[in-house]
Design a protein. Structure first.
Length: 156
């Protein structure tokens, strides 16, 4: 039963995300709106669209949630594998999704500090590179000037 539901949810999710499905939904609404005068805008006419959309919405919630849960689990497994095979990774992060809110906040703050340090190092490195470029440009200009003087001395 679970396998059937899972396959049905995946199939429905793929179908619901297509442009043709969206156009079909618009067509249903247009047909319903056009038939309003035919049914004299009756309560039954209004009840048809309300009931239909409620049923579709109710069922889609479960199907979309199933698909999203599967996607999240697959992504989590892939991330766990990347953490596991990375030498510098902290294996304690593998089960972070099961941690308390306090632990999540603690790790978030820790990574925020790491990010700030990385930005500072990057800025310092950029300044050093810019200094090196300026120094190299100055040396190139000096070399060009020396070459020009040597050429002038030979011809003069």
């Amino acid at each position: 039963m679970n396998e059937f539901f899972s396959k049905a949810a995946q199939w429905t999710s793929r179908q619901a995300g297509r442009a043709s499905t969206f156009m079909l939904a618009i067509l249903v609404i247009l047909v319903w709106a056009v038939t309003g005068p035919i049914f004299d805008w009756s309560d039954t006419w209004q009840l048809i669209i309300n009931t239909g959309t409620t049923i579709v919405t109710f069922l889609m919630v479960f199907l979309i949630q199933n698909t999203q849960n599967r996607d999240t689990q697959a992504i989590q497994i892939k991330l766990d594998e990347l953490i596991r095979v990375t030498n510098q990774a902290r294996n304690g992060l593998i089960n972070l999704e099961d941690a308390s809110e306090a632990k999540l906040q603690e790790v978030k703050e820790e990574f925020s500090k790491v990010k700030e340090e990385a930005v500072q190092i990057a800025e310092e490195t950029l300044e050093e590179v810019q200094d090196d470029i300026e120094d190299t440009s100055r040396k190139i200009d000096e070399a060009k000037q020396e070459i020009a003087e040597v050429r002038q001395h030979r011809t003069g």
